[in-house]
Design a protein around this ligand. Structure first.
Ligand code: AMP
Length: 423
């Protein structure tokens, strides 16, 4: 018989893994709601054109794109910002501004799978549409950082850059404008070797090359802003913007963000502030979040609207929590009923029903196991309490409730079980 394996780059999730994922997911959702963002959902697949329009033909190599039976070009979404902006242009553009939305969904990329890099993975993200102000950028960064605070991921590095400054540097280097996109992509990938080659091939003055390379490797606090400002002609607004951004973030209680002039995000639609968050514990695939301000609506046929947003790689957040040994409570059930002997089974099922009707999670031995085996099973599914239903106790309308942590046992009247388990 054929043995089936899951497709490369995909994963199955056990009940335990799903329980921890849902726990973290719920915290992220709650945080976004606390910030006034509402959840949206878009289709898993879109017309391929949407993504090509946004990122150019090269994205086709990285996507699951195909023709459906009607001959339409369809792609599984590789991210959710473009679908959300399409949704915005189609249906939401007339809503009062700003529009604050968040999403959680699976995305697909045809990549070389490795640890922390999958072909199907999950993104949690937010978009703040229609408020062209520094406060929107701050709100978005603060939401991302609050999400991480809520899930107790403390070991992170936040790097904030500004594409306006990178553009000034590129202008100064006199690189042809049509090569900015590819240049930003190399900077984003930290592919310095190919970047140097591109600059040399295009006759960029070696001194200018050195300035560019040294600026994109600079990271630090406010002092770095001043240092780079002395190295670049122009870009004053962007430098002031970055400095103000840092000040405003402290009002949200977030200090210690790093300025990094090498954050390029590699996508042509970002316009100003860009940021990334890393989990240093993750090694090569350490980037857990990327975001920035962008303008996409115009590209999709809408009116120009300033937007800012981010996307977490949810799977990497989970990996980082595990690496940093952040404890996540695992969900078990409240009560497991063990009928002792056939004659007690009917009453046991009545107890089961009453507990469930009272909103208490409860399960029962369906295997007719002996007590010791049934207890071992109850332990394996992380039960708080076991209800032993024995003939002798039933004569007095009672059962024995055993606490699985302490091993303490108590006799409880059948009518009081639900109440007993609620406390
Ligand atoms: P991006 O849309 O490329 O900015 O990605 C946003 C986030 O998704 C990144 O910061 C990563 O954490 C995560 N990510 C990107 N690609 C993958 C992948 N192949 N597998 C898992 N997570 C990914």
């Amino acid at each position: 018989m054929a043995e089936f394996q899951r497709p490369r780059g995909t994963r199955d999730f056990t009940p335990e893994a799903m329980s921890t994922r849902r726990f973290i997911e719920a915290k992220l959702r709650k945080c976004a709601e606390r910030f006034g963002f509402g959840e949206v959902m878009t289709p898993t697949f879109e017309n391929t054109e949407l993504f090509v329009e946004r990122s150019g033909e090269t994205i086709l190599d990285d996507m699951y794109a195909f023709q459906d039976k009607g001959g339409r070009d369809i792609a599984l979404r590789p991210e959710l910002t473009a679908p959300i902006m399409r949704f915005y242009v189609n249906e939401l553009a007339s809503r009062p501004k700003p529009l604050k939305v968040f999403y959680f969904g699976n995305v697909f990329r045809y990549e070389r799978p490795q640890s922390g890099r999958y072909r199907e993975f999950f993104q949690f993200g937010a978009e703040l549409i229609g408020a062209p102000s520094i406060e929107s950028d701050v709100e978005i960064i603060a939401l991302a950082l609050s999400c991480l605070k809520d899930v107790s991921l403390e070991n992170i590095e936040v790097r904030i850059g500004h594409l306006g400054i990178l553009e000034c540097i590129l202008e100064e280097s006199q690189l042809p404008k049509n090569l900015y996109g590819i240049c930003l992509r190399y900077i984003d990938k930290q592919d310095i070797k190919t970047l140097k080659l591109l600059l040399s091939e295009n006759g960029i003055d070696p001194e200018k090359q050195d300035t560019l390379l040294s600026i994109i490797s600079m990271k630090g606090g406010r002092d770095v802003i001043s240092t780079v400002q002395t190295m670049v002609e122009g870009g004053d607004d962007a430098f002031v913007y970055l400095a103000n951004l840092l000040t405003k973030l402290t009002k949200y209680g977030f200090e210690g963000c790093t300025v990094d002039f090498g954050v390029a995000r590699g996508l042509d639609y970002y316009t100003g502030m860009v940021f990334e968050i890393d989990s240093p514990s993750l090694g090569a695939e350490k980037q857990i979040c990327g975001g920035g301000s962008y303008n996409l609506a115009e590209l999709f046929g809408g009116e120009e609207v300033n937007s800012t947003g981010f996307a977490f790689g949810f799977d990497r957040v989970m990996l980082a929590l595990e690496k940093d040994s952040v404890e996540i409570p695992t969900k078990g059930i409240r009560a497991y009923i063990i009928p002792i002997g056939q004659s007690t089974r009917p009453t046991s099922f009545e107890i089961l029903r009453t507990l469930r009707e009272n909103g208490i999670s409860a399960d029962i031995d369906l295997m007719g196991r002996k007590i010791s085996k049934a207890l071992a099973y109850a332990n394996s599914i992380k039960t708080d309490k076991v209800i032993l239903v024995g003939e002798k106790e039933l004569v007095n309308d009672s059962v024995t409730i055993r606490d699985m942590d302490s091993g303490d046992q108590q006799t409880v009247n059948i009518n009081d079980i639900a109440e007993h388990l609620k406390t």
